[in-house]
Design a binder for this molecule. Structure first.
Ligand code: GLC
Length: 451
């Protein structure tokens, strides 16, 4: 009798513990199913990030509230003066499309907590500013009309919500643990977790098909926040249940959970090789700014040139990844001239050269890029693309490829590039006869038809 009660109690305790620990069931899928679900995205290679919120008014970084340790009261003037009268997302969508971008991700809410849609769960939203409009609604419609896949960025961090506890990344961060305890008294992260779920439900229910959600970001550890603070697994489960095809970034702190993320997100740097997790290549996207900050920054002068930006794109593709290139619209609602110029230049190049980007990936092993060049490869058409970063003087050698090459042309004008093969030990090399004059293309591309 005694042992029976003992076993039952033990079993109950075990059950209780496991039910607490048991991860929410994330939908199971095979490698192949995942690849299929993400195919449009990996084929697309190039997307637009848009960071837009109240921080467009101070115009000195989207982290301004944090950097300058502003209180919500001090920040309030930006809410009261938010009136982007020139907001016309059809223009944005046109510029994205002309640049060759196939998908878009807009900040629905950034760390400042301001919401770009008419959320039922807060007053801190665009519809309550002098502007009065649901920004997300018009955005979604405009980009969809251009055939661009629509996504949202949703900040896990929230420097406005009263229940969001002060942590080491907060504008009101502290020196001492006792100060954290004092300031966080009465704040209830449970309510904040509910708030996030309600908002994610709104965003993924009221705006039609949403292709991507970008949760940002986790910083576990002392005075930080991670998966427990966000209830990441349930948040993700909710997102996937509302939009089964949705593609999700890796910033929920669920790197070790099966189905916990779809792609990894190297931010503002070039990877040295195709990123791997447990020895396996993974889907990845680098997010990059034109100039350093994500929100509109009036006085920043470190803008990348069109050639650098194109190199970034091609580089990413050459290692099997995507580029999400960011625009920070102004507080009038427009893309600033510097952004427009760069998008235009990229579009001009893409118009003639996008075949080396879309549906392309890393070249098969054994293809060695000549000096100052980047290779991409389309496995379906079996074409290799050689991007000439520094234009050579009249000739270029493709080493050890003669047995593989059928035909070579410039991509931008489909003009033939004649070639000869070497002798003796170089007889498998191809010597291309290029015009001495660099063609009028930012980065000329050779299209190599393989056997
Ligand atoms: C960072 C920053 C943020 C930006 C994001 C984009 O996590 O906090 O301002 O939105 O990266 O990747």
């Amino acid at each position: 009798m005694k042992t029976k009660t003992y076993t039952i109690t033990l079993l109950t305790i075990l059950l209780l513990i496991t039910s607490q620990m048991a991860p929410a069931q994330l939908p199971k899928e095979t490698e192949a199913q995942k690849t299929q679900r993400m195919k449009w995205w990996t084929d697309a290679r190039f997307g637009m990030f848009i960071h837009w919120g109240l921080y467009a008014l101070p115009a000195r970084h989207e982290w301004v509230k944090n950097r300058e340790r502003l209180t919500t009261e001090q920040y309030q003037k930006y809410f009261e003066n938010f009136n982007p009268d020139l907001y016309n997302p059809k223009e944005w969508a046109r510029m994205a499309k002309e640049a060759g971008m196939k998908y878009v991700v807009l900040t629905a809410k950034h760390h400042e907590g301001f919401c770009n849609w008419d959320s039922k769960f807060t007053d801190y939203k665009s519809t309550n500013t002098p502007f009065g409009r649901d920004i997300i609604r018009d955005y979604v419609d405009a980009f969809r009309a251009e055939g661009i896949k629509v996504g949202f960025y949703y900040s896990l961090i929230d420097w406005h919500h009263p229940d969001y506890t002060i942590d080491r990344n907060h504008p009101q961060r502290q020196e001492y643990d006792t100060a954290y305890a004092r300031l966080n008294k009465g704040k209830d992260m449970n309510r904040y977790r509910e708030y996030m779920k309600n908002q994610v439900r709104e965003l993924l229910t009221n705006y039609g098909e949403i292709s991507i959600i970008w949760f940002d970001f986790s910083f576990p550890g002392k005075n930080g926040k991670g998966r427990q603070d966000w209830d990441s697994e349930n948040l993700l489960k909710l997102a996937r249940s509302l939009q089964p095809g949705i593609i999700v970034d890796d910033r929920l702190d669920l790197k070790d959970v099966e189905g916990g993320w779809d792609f990894t997100t190297p931010e503002q740097y070039k990877v040295t090789k195709w990123p791997e997790v447990n020895g396996k290549r993974v889907a990845w996207e680098t997010c990059q700014t034109f100039s350093g900050s994500w929100g509109y920054y009036r006085d920043e002068t470190s803008w990348k040139s069109p050639a650098q930006l194109l190199e970034l794109l091609v580089e990413s593709v050459s290692k099997g990844g995507n580029l999400l290139l960011n625009v920070g619209p102004t507080a009038r609602g427009t893309f600033d001239n510097r952004a427009q110029e760069r998008l235009k230049a990229m579009g001009e190049w893409m118009k003639y050269n996008n075949r080396s980007v879309y549906n392309c990936t890393e070249a098969p092993a054994g293809f060695v890029p000549p000096a100052n060049s980047i290779l991409t490869y389309n496995p379906t058409s079996k074409r290799l693309y050689v991007h000439l970063l520094a234009y050579p003087m009249g000739s270029l050698t493709l080493a050890n490829m003669a047995d593989k090459v059928k035909y070579v042309q410039f991509l931008h004008d489909a003009s033939e590039i004649r070639f000869s093969t070497g002798n003796n030990e170089t007889k498998n090399d191809i010597n291309l006869q290029l015009p001495v004059l660099k063609p009028p293309v930012e980065i000329p591309v050779l299209e190599v038809f393989l056997k």
